[in-house]
Design a protein around this ligand. Structure first.
Ligand SMILES: *[C@@H]1O[C@H](CO)[C@@H](O)[C@H](O)[C@H]1NC(C)=O
Length: 227
């Protein structure tokens, strides 16, 4: 009877892991109040304020030499939703709903990706020794690296419900004026004033069909500064 007991041991382990993943955390909700689901696509929508136009997030070059890896910039067009992303747990889990404080990968979802194709579409933060104090968020992470690990933390109650901030092991994701007409560039910061508050908008229907003619992707592409 060795096999069944091994199996039940494994099942117990799996259950324990699932419980641990949840802990006291709660499901992250999209703008409509529905839980964020693994593999579903979302726009990360910066919250519009006096100093923030609420434009979407797009990959963009942040240095000219080298041009790659790309960074992430908030577009100056407030009506532009940016490029969709998907979330995935970094560790093994059977969980399909994203919980606050879980370690997740964030990945841009786009079939058109004309530059820096040797890099992945996963978000990471620069933890090279040459990194500035406010480390740039870059595109080109790898699934299990600590610099590709993000947490989604609750940032609002009541009227500000379903508002979140993203954080890393070294600070919170914020925005500073970038090189392209001052369009905000995403960095890791410990300055609360720079924290980027965001909401999640589920991508639905034809709006973001993954065909190459998708409206979203055409809009997103324009945001590559050299295109
Ligand atoms: C992220 O971490 C990985 C693994 O430690 C490392 O190879 C890579 O250079 C890091 N990326 C950046 C941009 O610092």
């Amino acid at each position: 009877m060795k096999k069944p007991s091994m199996l039940s041991f494994l099942i117990t382990l799996l259950l324990a892991a699932a419980v641990c993943t949840q802990g006291s955390d709660e499901p992250v909700k999209d703008i409509s109040g529905n839980p964020l689901t693994i593999s579903q696509q979302y726009f990360i929508q910066p919250v519009k304020t006096e100093s923030n136009n609420g434009g979407g997030l797009v990959p963009a070059a942040i240095t000219i030499l080298p041009f790659c890896p790309l960074g992430i910039t908030q577009t100056l067009l407030s009506s532009q939703p940016g490029l969709p992303v998907s979330f995935n747990y970094q560790g093994f889990t059977t969980e399909t709903i994203v919980h606050t404080s879980a370690q997740v990968n964030i990945e841009f979802e786009s079939n058109i990706w004309p530059v820096c194709t040797e890099f992945s579409k996963l978000w990471e933060f620069d933890d090279s020794s040459s990194a500035r104090e406010e480390r740039a968020i870059l595109i080109g992470g790898s699934r299990f690296s600590h610099n590709s690990s993000f947490k989604i933390e609750k940032a609002g109650e009541g009227k500000g419900e379903n508002t979140y901030k993203l954080s890393t092991s070294t600070g919170t994701v914020g925005a500073i004026p970038g090189g392209w007409s001052g369009a905000p560039q995403l960095v890791v910061t410990n300055d609360d004033a720079k924290t980027l508050l965001v909401k999640f908008v589920k991508v639905v229907g034809d709006y973001a069909t993954t065909t190459s003619t998708s409206r979203v992707e055409k809009l997103g592409l324009r945001m590559f500064p050299f295109y």
